[in-house]
Design a protein around this ligand. Sequence first.
Ligand code: FES
Ligand code: MG
Length: 598
Amino acid sequence: MTDNTRKITPERLRSRWWFDNPEHPGTTAICIERYMNYGITLDELTSGKPIIGVCQSGSDLTPCNRHHIELVKRVKDGIRAAGGVPFEFPMHPIHENARRPTAALDRNLAYLGLVEVLHGYPLDGVVFTTGCDKTTPAALMAGATVNIPAIVLSGGPMLNGWRDNERVGSGTIIWELRKRLAAGDIDYDEFLARGADSAPSVGHCNTMGTASTMNSMAEVLGMSLPGSAMIPAPYKERPIVAYQTGERIVEMVWEDLRPLDILTREAFENAIVVCSALGGSTNAPIHINAIARHSGIELTNDDWQALGHEIPLLANVMPAGAYLSEEFHRAGGVPAVVHELLAAGRLNGDSLTVNGQTLAANVQGCETRDTEVIRRYDNPLVEHAGFLNLKGNLFDSALMKTSVISREFRRRFLEDSEDPNAFESKVVVFDGSEDYHARIDDPELGIDERTLLVMRGAGPVGHPGGAEVVNMQPPEALIRRGIESLPCLGDGRQSGTSGSPSILNASPEAATGGGLALLEDGDRLRIDLTSGEVRLLVDDSEIMARRERLEKAGGYRYPDHQTPWQEIQRGLVEPLDRGMILTTATQYRDVARRSPPR
Ligand code: FES
Ligand code: MG
């Protein structure tokens, strides 16, 4: 399937510039002697074998990816068996749960580091090891920018968590336990013990959070071997696919099969459709739009609504469903979902993938093996599972994951309003998560079961990287009365493991002039899920007056930078709907070909 006219010969390998370059004998000499000093032979460096980077994302700081420390041994075995030479190198660590102020701050930092490594070192191809949320988009963004042959290897999800004969999903359980702790049902020790049940083995989150979503997206985009994304980390198939990934990257070098051959508009459209059917993370549009823009494709949140909203929910996996990644894998994983959507005419089957075959060819015969876990297209869990892209007089874009709107929520907000798809609420506004935690239980705020909570100052500039704080828990007093959720709106993000139907990623954010900065406690908002409009119900003249007052006061205030990178990123970062990428970075697409080493 790949274009054979582009075949690479040993003399044309990129690494020759470093290892066999009579025009720069000094460079060649210092590279060869130094890479030999730990045992690499002269023959390995100079006899025309592809040099393959193995990007190691696992470390003691990144537990979700730590399994790759073992897995890359099999990747390297595969590379050697296929005639290549592996060079392992570290990726900047990104761990979702521990990194402060947020792991999202590091996606662009890891991306920058990878671009420099892939561009500046003697690499003919690269295997990206991925897992925890931001490691996958950082790798794919760098792959698109540098555009040397590249393949993504997920470390795989953890085994299912269990307690009292019930599945316990990582991340998702924490949101539930927090409410039980607030309600006084459990104490701190039980909270910690129950949380730990959700993570019983190596691997990334076993729910359809951002990690499972993004690794599934890598497979759907065509950047991972078919069927590989969701093999649980401890299963024997995992090191087997690691070996096959190593073999395949060497072939890809000879075929000159590069990311930008694979990352086409059709591939991104497929990603939107499959993400919807998976009940994927609300972080996916940010990352997929970012990868697309680094691939030269303008993908917007309007595309997400147009292509994704109507897609039914097929994956019965938490947080939108009931099962976890072991059942999902056993039922056929991503290929079974793709198979179902292809049969329904929803995907571009001709998209090329890293194995040189099309998406359609890769999933032939991959029917769902368990129709309870991976549903048939005509018997879905939810009819319209994709995101709505909401707009109005406060922001240009904000997403809502409609697949997780609960019956109880519908009853409380939608059923007794005139229009069963619209509601009005008064708002209470918080400026960042510290403000929320300090004041949420203050009875003076008058929060009741019809209040809409607003979080601002949580976008990529207000809270460097954008905080996952929009899904706010109601005050304890309401939880004790059985009100477990309130509608939330904000310019920050929300964890992919949360099942809350928040309106999030509002762009532009308050810190860069977005309208959320103008909201005041007690304002009323109208949210219309049919027209997709969120409207502040005050006169335009009042909105203008508030804007003038804010500008006179010097604009929306946010905390100072804590580190140099926070300052640099704040100066360059684009809004969440534009992928939160660094604004000048897209100019460097295909840099390995456009700008050879010197
Ligand atoms: Fe790392 Fe979920 S916290 S994958
Ligand atoms: Mg997260």
